[in-house]
Design a protein around this ligand. Structure first.
Ligand code: AMP
Ligand code: MG
Length: 348
């Protein structure tokens, strides 16, 4: 056999067995933004191109983190100051403007249960801090005062890039939608950079596109205890998996845990629900919906999911019971099915 023929056969064999650099999985070192680790996996690109694409996305994430930060000085805190002093404010950053527009829409769709205008309440509970809050919960009178001011996304007006609020009690905090929108933007940018198969995972809130070779991406959904994996789901096309969980951030005082997800109706942390996972095409919708359904809780999550046009939902309550929509039941595989008590909803 001629040496050139031998090299040709060797190369073809390598390509077909997936040993070629083009077919390998590139997993970048995680980086820290939005208070969590971001992990990016890319399939099917030479390593140097994949690395370059990840570097671009990492820079974008840093910019988003700085622009949307709710308590470190940022274009968002400037806007919040303007709102508090009843000024009209020009929002120069297009991603921030889009975030405000989307948040208005999703807030209305969720009947105000997803309400990023409650920044003052979130701060009162101590969550505008790089560390987890400690000590007793805030005074009931203070909570009631802020609830009575009724900050809502409907108070916000947008004309061109000029943003104002009829209600100076509005303080924007996009913690419940930022990761979803960030992974939307990241996947969009990756496509522009020629990447077709990738996962961008911001602390368990992720978006995937394409496949991993000839297999779909398989995603692990974290156990609500915060340890290990509860279930797996395979994603197809461009799809996001978003989870809101009590285990992410909380205040702990005298053995009681207070969730970072606040019910805007009473200003108090949500009780009874440990986590909600939703599968959607849009990351920002999924992120807003997973928070809203956590607030809706057991009595109302199914109705609100329908209203928010979210078909795939998995909710875990404090007792560890797992509630699923029928559509979601078809998608998830539990890793130890015998130990999981599931309830599938009658309607979707
Ligand atoms: P997530 O993990 O997506 O559910 O987002 C939780 C974060 O969103 C919290 O840390 C707060 O910054 C903010 N948040 C809390 N409660 C709400 C709510 N009801 N609506 C909108 N944002 C909220
Ligand atoms: Mg959310």
């Amino acid at each position: 056999m001629k040496i050139t023929t031998y090299i040709l056969i060797l190369l073809t064999t390598l390509l077909n067995t997936g040993c070629s650099p083009r077919n390998q999985l590139y997993q970048a070192d995680p980086f820290y933004v939005f208070g969590t680790l971001v992990e990016i996996s890319i399939w099917g690109l030479p390593e140097s191109e994949a690395r370059q694409a990840v570097n671009t996305i990492a820079q974008d994430f840093q910019v988003m983190h700085q622009t949307w930060h709710p308590w470190h000085p940022s274009p968002l805190t400037e806007l919040n100051q303007a709102i508090a002093t009843k000024q009209l404010w020009p929002v120069k950053d297009s991603s921030l403007l889009s975030l405000i527009e989307q948040a208005k829409f999703f807030s209305k769709l969720s009947e105000g249960l997803f309400n990023p205008a409650i920044g003052q309440l979130i701060e009162l509970w101590g969550f505008h801090n790089d560390e987890l809050p400690v000590g007793p919960p805030p005074a009931a009178t203070k909570i009631a005062q802020l609830v009575a001011l009724a900050p809502s996304m409907e108070d916000i007006s947008i004309v061109g890039n000029q943003v104002s609020s009829h209600n100076p009690a509005v303080q924007l905090d996009f913690g419940a939608i930022a990761k979803g929108y960030a992974v939307d933007l990241a996947i969009h940018k990756l496509r522009q950079l020629g990447v077709q198969n990738a996962i961008v995972n911001a602390g368990g809130n992720l978006k995937a596109m394409g496949q991993k070779g000839d297999q779909p991406w398989r995603i692990g959904i974290r156990h609500p205890s915060g340890h290990g994996v509860l279930a797996a789901v395979t994603v197809s096309g461009e799809e996001s998996v978003m989870t809101s969980g009590n285990y992410e951030r909380y205040r702990e005082y005298q053995g009681e845990r207070y969730s970072h997800i606040i019910d805007p109706r009473n200003g108090k942390p949500v009780v009874g629900i440990t986590s909600v996972t939703v599968l959607t095409c849009s990351g920002s919708l999924g992120d807003a919906a997973s928070t809203a359904l956590t607030v809706a809780g057991l009595p109302d999550w199914q109705r609100l999911a329908k209203q928010m046009m979210v078909k795939y939902v998995m909710l875990v309550d404090e007792a560890g019971t797992v509630y699923l929509t029928k559509d979601m039941e078809k998608r998830v595989q539990f890793l130890s099915p015998k130990e999981v008590h599931t309830v599938v909803s009658d309607t979707n």
